[in-house]
Design a protein around this ligand. Structure first.
Ligand code: HEM
Length: 507
């Protein structure tokens, strides 16, 4: 093949003029036979694909995960099989509610999605920078997201939608307390922690299982913007954290996280004081200490944003042998949602894209054809099973041990001891006075433009978490809590029920 730098059409035909269209006479109309112009304009019209319905704005980098501690007693996952083993990763950080062009520093959780290119296929851990979430049933997710996005009539962000939904959803109190704390406006993607958030299952070579939760702790230290700083930077440099990550990696600055798991036995799960599959709750570190497992390091920027960061497809359903799901209903809902979103956003053959295909082994199966099938499509190999031609076969050694379940098929709320507030209160009480003051100030600033009835409905949630917390938010809003809230609402403060040494928010 001859290589030269001559401009060509998409089909390799050399182009003689990339400045002037082909016209009938120099002032005349353009000829239909200017096929290069048509190709150029038509391709331009097709440059946009649907942005992610959530987490649309993101930044990413390549790197590796290295095992630092022996975890083979809990999982047989090959990429975790020995200390020192490294696995290539691609990590995408994101904001949640904003569009692809939105400002980076707005108050929002941050996505923390890791793709491990393991020899047993790609393992995706699609987490956030918060250990909990706003709702505990996937049925509520689209409504929750609608309330955080734009008003269907005005197309503006709408505090009434935000606080209408949250005040009617007491289970969101814990995550709202994190979101309106300093952690709602991280200074950079390198200066925040990551969490798998859900409970997952690890299974060892003997078929024994434990429940685990992942924690990624930044080695750069936690750093956050104040509300005022975040607002100012959103105006001056809306791409601030995107740029920060790219420039830091280009300059070989550190972007590393120590990775830990909390481990709970299956027996403990049935008696733990919080439902271990409730994503609005954390597990106490005193009960389940952090066990170090490895180190995540980012060290290479993407070459092309669209090819890699936009087209990458993470799914919580992509787990490797030795790692499995839990009955967390939110996780169960997500197992469907992501691949469905990818088929819509990227097309049915999205798994073939270089950023999404397995790197350390080949995908071999009987799936063929489809739009944009751009590899050899299985070439001449057999395309059905069973067959007599040596096609790929299932392998019994990957069968996971059975998981016993019982109960009636029914629509019931996840058991949560009717407690939406204890952990939000614990978190509040753990904050230093200046952190509490900023949390209250951020909440008051956000609640102020919302209707009085939504404010009055939200305050009892904070009050139930901690008396002082509720009183301070009410005071900030000019609400007499005794007269306007306590006389009329049912409030049962749960503070001090659980004064465990909660440390999840320490650096
Ligand atoms: C992205 C759905 C809960 C973290 C997405 C996308 C969808 C989605 C459809 C876009 C995927 C794409 O187009 O590539 C849901 C549903 C949820 C849920 C239905 C609940 C039932 C969560 C939770 C977390 C989370 C609890 C974190 C613990 C993320 C992240 C991304 C994402 C990090 C961006 C991934 C990337 O960088 O490409 N979610 N989500 N989501 N979600 Fe969720």
């Amino acid at each position: 093949m001859t290589e030269n730098n001559d401009l060509t059409t998409s089909f390799g035909i050399p182009i003689s003029d990339n400045q002037n269209s082909l016209t009938a006479g120099s002032n005349g109309p353009i000829l239909l036979q200017d096929l290069y112009l048509i190709e150029k304009l038509a391709h331009f019209n097709r440059e946009r694909i649907p942005e992610r319905v959530v987490h649309a704005k993101g930044a990413a980098a390549h790197g590796y995960f290295e095992v630092t501690n022996d975890v083979t007693q809990w999982t047989k996952a090959k990429f975790l099989e020995r200390v020192g083993k490294q696995t290539p990763v691609f990590v995408r950080f994101s904001t949640v509610a904003g569009e692809k062009g939105s400002a980076d520093t707005v108050r929002d959780p941050r996505g923390f999605a890791v793709k491990f290119y393991t020899e047993e296929g790609n393992y995706d851990l699609v987490g956030n920078n918060t250990p909990v979430f706003f709702v505990r049933d996937p049925m509520k997710f689209p409504d929750f997201i609608h309330s955080q996005k734009r008003n269907p009539q005005t197309n503006c962000k709408d505090p009434n939608m935000v606080w209408d939904f949250l005040s009617l959803t007491p289970e969101s109190t814990h995550q709202a307390t994190i979101l309106y704390s300093d952690r709602g406006t991280p200074k950079s993607y390198r200066h925040m922690n990551g969490y798998g958030s859900h409970t997952f299952k690890w299974i060892n070579a003997q078929g024994e299982a434990v429940w685990i939760k992942y924690h990624f702790k930044t080695e750069q230290g936690i750093q956050n913007f104040t509300r005022e700083e975040a607002i100012q930077i959103a105006g001056v440099d809306p791409d601030y954290t995107t740029r920060e990550l790219f420039e830091a990696i280009a300059k070989n600055e550190q972007a590393a996280w120590k990775v830990y798991v909390q481990i709970m036995t299956l027996e403990d799960a049935s008696s733990y004081r919080f439902n271990p599959f409730d994503i609005t709750k954390v597990w106490s570190r005193k009960d389940y200490p952090l066990t170090p497992i490895g180190r995540l390091v980012l060290n290479r920027n993407p070459d092309n944003h669209f090819a890699e960061v936009e087209q990458v497809a993470f799914s919580p359903a992509n787990v490797v042998p030795g790692i499995d799901f839990s009955p967390d209903k939110m996780l169960q809902g997500r197992l469907f949602a992501y691949a469905d979103a990818h088929r819509y956003r990227l097309g049915g053959n999205y798994g073939l894209l270089p950023i999404n295909c397995p790197h350390a082994r080949k995908a071999i199966n009987y799936q063929r054809d489809g739009l944009m099938r751009f590899d050899d499509n299985g070439s001449s190999s057999v395309n059905y099973e069973p067959n007599s031609f040596g096609g790929p076969k299932e392998a019994q050694q990957y069968k996971e041990p059975p998981y016993s379940i019982s109960g009636d098929a029914d629509r019931t709320a996840l058991e949560h001891n009717n407690d939406d507030f204890t952990q939000a209160g614990d978190l509040y009480r753990l904050m230093k006075e200046e952190e509490k003051a900023r949390l209250v100030d951020n909440l008051v600033d956000s609640l102020k433009p919302a209707k009085r009835e939504f404010q009055l409905r939200q305050i009892p949630h904070f009050y139930n978490a901690d008396l002082e917390y509720g009183i301070r938010v009410a005071q900030g809003l000019g609400i007499d809590i005794e007269e306007e809230v306590l006389q009329t609402k049912s409030v049962e403060p749960k503070q001090n029920i659980n004064q465990e040494n909660r440390k999840q928010n320490e650096q």
